[in-house]
Design a protein around this ligand. Structure first.
Ligand code: GDP
Length: 197
């Protein structure tokens, strides 16, 4: 998709706040700090649509972005190491689960993992949830500029193994910093959109 315009719609906690209308939605999920905001910005070719470096309070919310008046990008709260307290975990779980359970116009999940790290237990849970949901999904390995090409290949193998992904399903390597892999990721997204139409 050629992104001609992209705009922030709303930060929501409860389903009542989700945007109205019937735009299909693509949700982005991953651990805090995985590079989710940076990837969204790279996909829409802007520096500042999604807030990088998680502003206070915004991190527990679901951020909706309107892309070309055609689709919504849905930035789900990051999970993982920032959630020290059980109450935080509960809130995150509630916010994200509610969205995933009630939103029937969600049709593609983009799950992000850091190319440098073995997937965490939360990543494995997220992946299993996606599988069980039957949604279309794309797994993306972020920050590839931080490793060599050879290391990237090796780490993608490990990521697939740890998540339990079938060999034939690709993991898309991207660097938001160097803007590599972005075109390929858009092609993969477009393919899912075309199938849906
Ligand atoms: P989020 O918490 O998942 O939204 O992650 P951010 O997009 O805010 O990124 C977290 C940190 O990783 C920031 O310091 C970014 O500058 C950095 N980062 C994100 N993407 C990349 C990348 O492709 N390459 C490198 N080297 N750093 C990145």
């Amino acid at each position: 998709m050629l992104v001609k315009n992209s705009k922030f719609v709303i930060s929501a906690v409860s389903p009542k706040q989700y945007p109205e209308g019937d735009l299909l939605e693509i949700a982005f999920a991953g651990r805090s700090n995985v590079g989710k905001s940076s990837l969204i910005n790279a996909l829409v070719n802007r520096k500042d649509l999604a807030y990088s470096g998680s502003r206070q309070g915004m991190t527990r919310m679901i951020n909706f972005y309107n892309i070309n008046d055609e689709i919504h990008f849905v930035d789900l709260p990051g999970y993982g190491f920032a959630m020290r307290a059980k109450s935080e975990l509960d809130l995150w779980g509630k916010v994200i689960e509610q969205y995933l359970n009630v939103r029937d116009r969600l049709y593609l999940m983009i799950m992000l993992v850091d190319i440098r790290h073995k997937p965490s237990k939360d990543d494995v849970n997220m992946y299993n949830w996606i599988l069980a949901s039957g949604l279309e999904y794309i797994v993306v390995a972020t920050k590839t500029d931080k490793v060599s090409k050879m290391q990237a290949k090796e780490n993608i193998k490990i990521i697939k193994k740890e998540l339990g992904m079938p060999e034939c399903i690709p993991v898309y390597p991207v660097s938001a910093e160097k803007k590599t892999g972005i075109k390929e990721l858009w092609t993969a997204i477009d393919n899912v959109i075309t199938e849906e139409e």
